[in-house]
Design a protein around this ligand. Sequence first.
Ligand code: ADP
Length: 485
Amino acid sequence: MLKKTSHFMREANFIGGAWVGADTGATIDVVNPATRQTIGTVPKCGRAETRRAIKAAEEAFHSWKKTSANDRAKLLRKLHDAIMDNQEALAELLVMEQGKPLAEARGEVGMSAAYVLWYAEEGRRTYGDVVPSPWADRRILVTKEPVGVIGAITPWNFPSSMLARKLGPALAAGCTAVAKPASQTPYSGLAWGVLAEEAGFPAGVVNIVTGSASEIGDELTENPLVRKITFTGSTEVGKTLIRKSAGTVKKVSMELGGNAPFLVFDDADLERAVAGAVAAKYRNSGQTCVCTNRFFVQEGVYDRFVEKLVEATERLKVGSGLEEGTQQGPLIDEKAVEKVEELVADAAEKGGKVVAGGKRHSLGGTFFEPTVIAEASPEMRFMQEEIFGPVSPIFRFNNEEEAVRLANDTAFGLACYFYTADLGRAFRVMEGLRYGLIGVNEGIITTVEAPFGGLKESGLGKEGGHQGIEDYLDTKYVCIGGLGL
Ligand code: ADP
């Protein structure tokens, strides 16, 4: 049934099937980054409320894990339909708190539904094994079971789909969940409570808590009832969560920071490379962990690539996400703009040439001009740091070996992209790049069917694909003896 945006905008937490406030009554303001206006508040919960949510999830787990995969699939299909029936309202809510263009928000909500549908099906295929036994009178079974209560912590850049990637496989596997959305974008997270309730999930299967990140995080990581932590966010916070989860030896999956390189070789289709560059750089105003952080362009096409990327960058329409035709919304907050300003200033000091944009946008607030910096060099900060904003630094390279070496010269290993028309080179470069996601002549590659996840300090585990449900399952080995054979 169609609902209004306001129907999904809950100013309460969802614990054990009830909508509740913080014990202290404290709240956090939620601000629309395009207007800087407060659009509402959400509860500022801490350890006590989180503990109750975990208890509710644990109680619900005992019966939820016994439901059949088919019954869980049915509920997940209802959840999918509830999302798609309300795609417009959910997309508007997302724009209001996050700032991205409405078209991108619709895409994100559609992606959320797609993850739910995919895992509705994958949950029916969590096969175990019957292993040929080394003993004549014994049999060996390997079974898969849900890990139990999971804690999910998600960021503000994809406040809907990052939860879909976690709740989809968790619920399909038979786990129950306590989720903590980012404080900047809590409504798209709380909307999952509304949707789960309306789809008919039993109380306690999905719980959503907002508030103090460190208090909620500490309870989720230290409470022995939580058997798995799944996190998407910065590498720094991810490392803290891994450390804290060690105390109770929880499973962890981590989708952390990236530093995506985008390589353009002399033989590339330049038009295609520029179109891919715009998509891989400026989506969500550069605020995604798979956004290009560093462009490396071969000497022979460097000047032409810079010229074309500048043209495309200057054409981008900056504005409020709800305005028709907007391609670039505001950055999430003032801190994000300051970081981008610092990185641009650092590059300019070290010889970088600002050839497009470079400063705050005349719209004010947290709008920033889409920016291109030519003559980037390895001593600039964005060689190692994530920009998380609409800035394209372009480095030069001479040969393939140098390009791969520069691309790999980072602690991160999430996404990378390269453009070439040479098949041999495509394989050599693909095999040389130490990244979990590789786009060859493609700038946008995320899809529910494929495993998303980083190498090195970009994370642990995969989301999406048939792999994405594995982290929510325990493997058990059962030996049955005394068969009298
Ligand atoms: P970003 O830089 O994208 O904001 P963060 O890693 O800071 O990424 O935030 C991602 C998520 O992690 C958010 O939900 C945030 O509230 C949460 N978070 C931040 N600090 C902690 C912490 N110490 N413990 C648990 N969660 C945290």
